[in-house]
Design a binder for this molecule. Structure first.
Ligand code: DNO
Length: 395
């Protein structure tokens, strides 16, 4: 596996030098200042690449080249935005950046209810609490029809919790859910968020799937010509939120993705943290069955706090949590051997330690939620240890 690290650009408090010291060889980044739908000019890509290479690293993966809401909803600007996305992809390919991650989550990217949940060790972790989330949806946002989306016991607990909410609780939850996380394309207020939700009225999961298929039919043939591999990130968490359709949550969803436009260019960002929040996703099995399509790996572990979907979970240590990380890594190594035997040039799959708990000096430093230096360094070191041990004596 190629060890990479997500870097948020020159303003990131975790520097390229820090990243080299952590032992990563590759960088995962984006030109974050350009908004979805706009072009990534070749000079912007080249400039970013130069900074990375000057630090002795390589730019291995784009995360993310964002998909505009117009493309997701098949709005009037769809065709123009798809054409621009393809142009940006050409500019990336011209600079030698050939793995591009994207996602197809409507409105919100990843979602948590707590950015600093205390762990017994003293660490702090990201957490999704289903009751807080439902309390927000039902009693703060007051979304029409929301009560049909939760079982009776969740409705009851959420009502009790919301009854005890102070204004500060409202504000904290609103900030965390609607504006707290990197990757979010826009920062919402309750009103702007309600208006955006309404743009999905009448867009079923099937309609959203068709919008993704339209995008793929246009993009994948060009990607294939350019030697670029695009890879869709799963929904996080992997189920419908706020009544919005979500279509990249399960093995069946990914099977659909790779079959709808079959091509070596059309693949998967396999995020163990996102997919692992569902107990019915068999992660090592998914790597075995879908492995040839995996172009990028996010390795992270969540601890499911209850045995239901949707449910509460928190981000555990990389080798802790509910997912058998060693089994996942073993399955990836088998896939890499298959690729080597087949002579594939992408035998080494880029991986990054995804997220990390805040520990040690992270606790006194303001970093991007989920992306502290030391927690990720520890995650990468543990994952590297597993890879090294499993490969020992095999070369
Ligand atoms: C969170 C991330 C997401 C992800 C994008 C991919 O840490 O995994 O923001 O980068 O959804 O497009």
């Amino acid at each position: 596996m190629r060890q990479t690290w997500r870097w948020f650009g020159p303003d990131d408090k975790v520097t390229l030098s820090d990243i080299r010291q952590a032992g990563a060889a590759g960088i995962v980044t984006a030109v974050h200042s350009i908004k979805p739908g706009d072009l990534w000019p070749r000079e912007a890509v080249a400039g970013r690449k130069e900074i990375i290479e000057d630090a002795g690293l390589t730019w291995d993966v784009v995360e993310s080249l964002p998909i505009s809401e117009a493309i997701r909803t098949n709005g009037p600007e769809t065709e123009a935005h798809i054409a621009t996305w393809i142009e940006s992809m050409r500019n990336l390919a011209a600079e030698g950046v050939d793995v591009i991650c994207y996602n197809f989550m409507p409105v919100l990217d990843w979602t948590r209810t707590d950015l600093a949940a205390p762990m017994p060790s003293g660490a702090r972790a990201l957490r999704f609490d289903l009751i807080d989330f439902a309390a927000f949806d039902l009693h703060v946002l007051k979304r029409g029809g929301a009560d049909a989306d939760y079982p009776a016991d969740v409705l009851e607990e959420a009502a009790a919790r919301a009854a005890g909410f102070t204004q500060a609780d409202h504000d904290r939850l609103t900030g965390t859910i609607l504006a707290g996380l990197p990757g979010a394309m826009e920062h919402w207020t309750l009103d702007t968020f309600r208006a955006r939700l309404a743009t999905y009225d009448g867009i079923s999961a099937d309609a959203l799937r068709e919008n993704l298929a339209r995008f793929l039919r246009a993009v994948v043939p060009v990607a294939e010509d350019l030697g670029v591999r695009i890879c869709c990130h799963p929904d996080d968490p992997p189920w419908a939120l706020f009544g919005l359709p979500r279509i990249m949550s399960t093995e069946a969803d990914y099977r659909w993705l790779v079959d709808v436009v079959p091509s070596p260019a059309n693949g998967i960002t396999f995020c163990t943290g996102s997919l692992g929040a569902r107990g019915d996703n068999d992660l090592p099995g998914m790597v075995e069955r879908l492995g040839e399509h995996i172009h990028f790996l996010h390795l992270r572990n969540v601890r499911r706090e209850e045995n239901r979907t949707p449910g509460s979970f928190h981000e555990d240590e990389h080798l802790g949590g509910s997912t058998d990380m060693v089994a996942v890594i073993k399955a990836v190594l088998v896939e890499q051997m298959r690729r080597e035997a087949a002579g594939r040039s992408d035998a080494q799959i880029p991986m990054r330690p995804d997220h990390g708990q805040e520990i040690l000096t992270d606790l006194s430093q303001e970093t991007t939620p989920g992306y502290p230096a030391i927690g990720r360094l520890k995650g990468l070191a543990e994952l590297r240890g597993v890879m090294t041990a499993l490969q020992h004596g095999q070369d």
